[in-house]
Ligand binder design. Structure first.
Ligand code: GLU
Length: 416
């Protein structure tokens, strides 16, 4: 499912749409179009059979005018510098939209984690951490989980960095297990934040969540938790999909049962609570809310025509190509762009980092309240810009995020 124009080009096209409103000075615009620092590393790791394989890893710090660079690390065969740069750029604007004092970064290793053992993944993670340790740090760049990385990956990263320093440095990564300085509420934060923005969008459109038909594409951390929270709140989860296939039930699917099936079978296919079908077949069935929560480019020129829904909430980063985005706009779909809708993860990452630095931890209620305040404020700010500038929510979110970053860049001035 490629992005039509290359992923980073797609992000630059959104930046251009934002700049049509912001009209930044040319040098500032050029600064924001350019990644600040990109590191490519070779990561040798011993496999269980004794052989050594060489993987390619990346860490891109797109911008850090507003604070330390921040963003996840993904393990996926498709990882490449273009993708990591695009994702680091999106992190920059995302931190701007929710107004947390971070710049944007992203990292990744091109590998297939589904075909690697736990010990192989541990060795890969430790060596990757060592290789990027020249640019990461609690004051400079703080990694977190992303596609196919999790709490365990972060614990290994934290341990590796700490062993190199000679003392424990919990604030080097976020999304860690709670027992080593992780934050309560972080595991579900992206999905919690997404549901808050969906609820705001429904309120804006004069609808209530009860019985809305929801299709969720992607059944990983973000997709599963979003489906589960919406299900518990009374929405009807009519469609679920993972990378291998989809299930549909007009009366509603039992998300807990689907999750148990996925754990046992390794995939959603074969789940008996609904009709099995392809992801594209599911897309053609009408829903009220669609949550693409897998990889970028999931909804593209090839499949967008079949979509009939009212609200699309991007759980993944840029799951909709610019070409598909234009089609959804024509269909009057209310879009919640990823830099707003999935920002809950990095917001609670910010809370985790603050708690680690002050060595004082908050309870889950405090965290969820603070998350709600930030997500609701960001939604309202983006909507106000969309209405004032008579533009769509994606452009409005970019205007807000880019404005905050460009304000910081301009205030700081050019060095030397
Ligand atoms: N990987 C997540 C994202 O794309 C979270 C990043 C973070 O917490 O730093 O937003």
């Amino acid at each position: 499912m490629p992005n039509e124009a290359g992923f980073f080009q797609e992000v630059l096209a959104s930046l251009e749409m934002a700049n049509a409103h912001l009209k930044l000075p040319p040098a500032i615009y050029e600064r924001l179009r350019t990644p600040r620092r990109s590191l490519t590393v070779s990561v040798p790791a011993q496999m269980d059979d004794g052989s050594v394989r060489f993987f390619t890893g990346y860490r891109v710090q797109y911008d850090f005018a507003r604070g330390p660079a921040k963003g996840g690390v993904r393990y996926h065969p498709r990882v490449n510098l273009d993708e990591i740069t695009a994702l680091a750029s999106l992190m920059t604007w995302k931190c701007g939209v929710v107004d947390i004092p971070f710049g944007g970064a992203k990292g990744g290793v091109a590998c297939d984690p589904t075909k690697m053992s736990r010990t192989e993944l541990q060795r890969l993670t430790r060596r990757y951490t060592y290789e990027i340790s020249v640019i990461i740090g609690p004051e400079s760049d703080i990694p977190a989980p992303d596609v196919y990385t999790d709490e365990q990956t972060m614990a290994w990263m934290m341990d590796t960095y700490s062993m190199m320093k000679g003392y424990s440095v919990p604030s080097i990564v976020t999304g860690k297990p709670v027992c080593v300085g992780g934050s309560l509420g972080r595991a579900k934060a992206t999905s919690e934040g997404l549901v808050i923005t969906v609820a705001e969008a429904l309120r804006h459109l004069g609808l209530s969540l009860k019985d809305q038909r929801v299709s969720v594409l992607g059944f990983g951390k973000v997709g599963y938790n979003a489906a589960k929270i919406l299900y518990d709140m009374g929405a009807r989860i009519t469609g679920l999909a993972d990378s291998k296939g989809a299930v549909h039930n007009a009366k509603g699917l039992d998300v807990d049962a689907a999750s148990i099936h996925k754990k046992e079978a390794g995939e959603l296919r074969g789940f008996r609570g609904g009709d099995g079908m392809t992801v594209d077949e599911l897309l053609a069935i009408e829903s009220d809310i669609l949550v693409p929560a897998a990889l970028e480019g999931q909804i593209n020129g090839r499949n967008v025509d079949r979509i009939r829904t009212k609200i699309v909430a991007e759980g993944a980063n840029n799951p909709i190509t610019n070409e598909a985005d234009a089609v959804l706009k024509d269909k009057n779909v209310f879009l919640l762009p990823g830099i707003l809708a999935n920002a809950g993860g990095v917001v609670v990452s910010y809370f985790e980092w603050v708690q680690d630095l002050q060595r004082y931890f908050w309870n889950e209620t405090e965290i969820n309240e603070k998350l709600r305040t930030i997500m609701t404020r960001a939604f309202k700010e983006v909507l106000a810009i969309a209405e004032e500038k008579k533009t769509d929510m994606r452009t409005a979110a970019m205007v807000l995020g880019v404005k905050r970053v460009s304000d910081a860049v301009m205030a700081r001035g050019l060095y030397p």
